[in-house]
Structure formats: structure tokens, C-alpha cells
Write a protein that binds this ligand. Structure first.
Ligand code: PCP
Length: 390
């Protein structure tokens, strides 16, 4: 038995790639073409349906992959809102030195960007309401830290991985599983034990859908924990749902009668998608989202040779269907960009976003923290136009 996962060493060595790249290198070496220098561009294709933007993510891991290799790397900052057919990274060097990294590089950037973009869409739809990511149980544990980082920088308010303080410096968020209540055999006893045992810094959010009707359980939770009750979580099974909005409104009315209006937060989880956020954001305070973020629509990206060096000069050069020439991106404002060829000046926008990160494999600027990337994403989300849920 084993875990079918690649080690960090295997990834960095270039072993985790497609065989055709290994064969390509062999042919290049046999025919003495190792010194052919190129500029390769990574860019998005068309975005998924109803996406008018995506959030570029995965840069830190991409740079980790390329660090120490004889390459120059230019990229947009991690967390930048991007559009379809949009350049995100340019790598300059001998094709021979880049070749086998295409697979892991695109894998990192596409997976990250897909998860972060989806998380950012949830946050954009919820905006002042809280979105927690509970989706680790949907993916292989080997990438749990990556998923939580990707979701967090997308602007989410909390991520559930117990390890997150160590990896991204974020205290994990969570409530209680149904199993806790089932072990006690009584929800009131379980809620009281939760309150008795856990540190005061953990918000008291009672799960109220295990055995009985949510409204009656909400009343019991208020009676059991009083002012200590921070919130209630409804994870109502699909087979019992009917009309979630009506259930929540009934609970809100009841809480009001108990003098608890606005004092008990309503958390909704279980199968929450973009449409549920749009529908319930005026009655709920927070949402727990898992699968919809763990399995987002794919934000496609590809990596192509766009320039080749001939006699010391860079010549635009690409396969058909791709715009030749490496590109720079300048920004005038959120989602307002001008894309020009390397070495030419923009006419309208002046903030240069295609920044050099690696100079001959050496990191030449400080990487932002996950908190800084998240703030950068949130700022752009506030400025971006409203989106339609998909
Ligand atoms: C939550 C809910 C969903 C999980 C989290 C994520 O689990 O039941 O299954 O939601 P999503 O993937 O549907 O978006 P808990 O209620 O904490 O889990 P359990 O039922 O195991 O107690």
C-alpha cells in the first residue's frame, strides 16, 4: 500500500511531467538544439460560462517550481482579476530548461486559479456576508493545504483545515459535526459539552438539524446556551429541504419573539452553490461551502512559445491560433487593462502588472503574504461589477 502522491523533490526535479517532454528533451540534446532561447507565455483561454473574470492564483508555488533554474520569470501579481485570452506569465530562457516544467506549472496555475476564482465568485455574491470553506473532504488530503490557501486568498472569511495556522497563518474555522450530537444521543447535551470544553475564542454555533425540526431546535439552542450562543447552523438534508428561505424566515421570526433578533447568526451549509447565496444572502449571515469550491469549473490556461531569439534579437513566433509576441499587461483600474508587446509602451494605462519575479532563477522581489493577497482580491471584488450566479 502507498499514497499515490508526488514528493516535493519529484516535482522540483521535473519527474512529474508528461513523457513527451522527456522525449522532446532527448531529441533536442541529440540534435544539439539546447541553446535555442524562447519566451513562453501562459495565458487563459475562454473562461467558464457566466465568468466575466477569474482570479489569477498559484504564483508562489509556480515560482517555487522555477526557482534556481536558469530562467527569467515575469508574472501578474497573485490575486489579479483576469479576463479571457489573457496573458498571466512569461518565461524566458532556453526551451531545453523549461520543457518538462510545462505540466506541473500549468497544473499549479490552472488548479489554483480555478479554485480561487470560484471562491472569489462566492465572496462577490455574498460580499458583506461570511463564507467559510468546508470542502477538504472532497479532495485528496495531499493537496488540502493548497485548497485552503487557494480558497482563502479568493477572499473567503474562513477555512476549515486544522493545519492552517502553520501553512498560511490563519486560525481555522468550523462548527460541529452531526457525529458529535449522535455520540451524545442528545443535541442539548452535545451543545452544552461544546460550550463547556472548548476555548472561549471558539464561537458557539449549534448545529440544529440532526433529529428534529430546525425552528424547535433553534429555540432549544437559545434556551441551552443563552447569551453564549453565537449562531445556529442549518445543514438540513436535501430530502427534508422544501423551502430553505421559508425555514430560515420562520426561525428569524421565532428568534425575534424571544428577543434574540440579530443576536444569533444564521449559518447555512450543505450543497450551497452560487444560486443559493444569491437567494439566501438577505436572510442568512454565513454560508459553509464545500464541493462547489473544491470542484470548480476549470479556468483553462495554456503555455506556448511566443518569441524566439535569433542573433540576439527577440522575434515574434508562435503556432497558429496563438498571438505571436510576449505581452505586457498595464492596468488603468480594476478589469481595465491594456495589453502590449514586450518592449513597447502602452497608450492609455500605466500600471505595469507583468512584473519580473525571477532573474536567472533568483527571486528578486518579496512575495506577498496570503493575507495581503486576500486583501488585494477583496479590493478588486468591491470594484468589479456585480455577477450573475451560475
Ligand atoms: C457539512 C455539510 C456538507 C459539507 C460540510 C460541505 O458537513 O454536511 O456535507 O458542504 P458541501 O460540500 O455540500 O458544500 P457537516 O454537517 O459538518 O458534516 P457531517 O454531515 O459529516 O456532520
Amino acid at each position: 500500500m502507498r499514497f499515490y502522491i508526488a514528493s516535493e523533490e519529484d516535482i522540483l526535479s521535473g519527474k512529474i511531467t508528461d513523457i513527451y517532454f522527456i522525449r522532446t528533451k532527448k531529441i533536442i540534446a541529440a540534435k544539439h538544439l539546447e541553446d535555442v532561447r524562447v519566451r513562453m507565455e501562459i495565458h487563459t483561454g475562454s473562461l467558464p460560462e457566466k465568468y466575466s473574470w477569474a482570479v489569477y492564483a498559484g504564483l508562489e508555488e509556480a515560482l517555487k517550481l522555477l526557482e534556481g533554474k536558469p530562467l527569467n520569470v515575469y508574472s501578474l501579481p497573485e490575486g489579479t482579476l483576469i479576463k479571457d485570452n489573457f496573458p498571466v506569465m512569461v518565461i524566458e530562457g532556453r526551451y531545453y530548461d523549461i520543457c518538462e516544467y510545462e505540466t506541473p506549472l500549468l497544473g499549479i496555475l490552472r488548479h489554483y486559479t480555478s479554485v480561487t476564482s470560484r471562491a472569489a465568485r462566492f465572496k462577490k455574491l455574498a460580499m458583506d456576508k461570511v463564507i467559510l470553506y468546508f470542502g477538504l473532504r472532497g479532495a485528496h488530503p495531499a493537496i488540502a493545504p493548497m485548497l485552503d490557501r487557494a480558497a482563502y486568498i479568493g477572499g473567503l472569511d474562513g477555512v476549515s483545515g486544522a493545519f492552517n495556522e502553520e501553512t498560511i497563518g490563519v486560525k481555522p474555522s468550523g462548527t460541529m459535526p452531526h457525529a458529535l450530537i449522535l455520540v451524545f444521543g442528545d443535541e442539548v447535551e452535545a451543545w452544552k459539552a461544546y460550550d463547556e470544553v472548548l476555548d472561549k475564542s471558539v464561537p458557539r454555533i449549534a448545529l440544529i438539524d440532526t433529529f428534529n425540526d430546525e425552528r424547535f431546535a433553534a429555540v432549544k439552542a437559545v434556551e441551552a446556551l443563552g447569551d453564549k450562543l453565537y449562531g445556529i447552523r442549518l445543514d438540513t438534508p436535501r430530502s427534508r429541504r422544501g423551502n430553505m428561505k421559508a425555514i430560515i424566515k420562520e426561525i428569524l421570526w421565532t428568534l425575534k419573539l424571544m428577543g434574540k433578533e440579530g443576536k444569533v447568526k444564521i449559518v447555512v451549509s450543505g450543497g450551497v452553490g452560487e444560486k443559493a447565496i444569491a437567494e439566501l444572502r438577505d436572510v442568512a449571515d454565513a454560508f459553509g461551502v464545500g464541493t462547489a469550491i473544491t470542484y470548480p469549473p476549470s479556468v483553462d490556461m495554456s503555455m506556448d512559445i511566443v518569441e524566439i531569439e535569433r542573433n540576439g534579437e527577440w522575434i515574434p513566433y508562435s503556432k497558429r491560433g496563438k498571438d505571436p509576441g510576449a505581452k505586457k499587461v498595464f492596468r488603468c483600474g480594476t478589469l481595465d487593462y491594456e495589453v502590449v508587446r514586450f518592449g513597447t509602451q502602452p497608450e492609455r494605462c500605466h500600471e505595469d502588472l507583468m512584473i519580473k519575479w525571477l532573474d536567472n532563477g533568483r527571486l528578486v522581489r518579496e512575495l506577498p503574504s496570503p493575507q495581503e493577497i486576500r486583501d488585494y482580491v477583496l479590493k478588486q471584488l468591491r470594484e468589479a461589477p456585480d455577477i450573475e450566479p451560475r
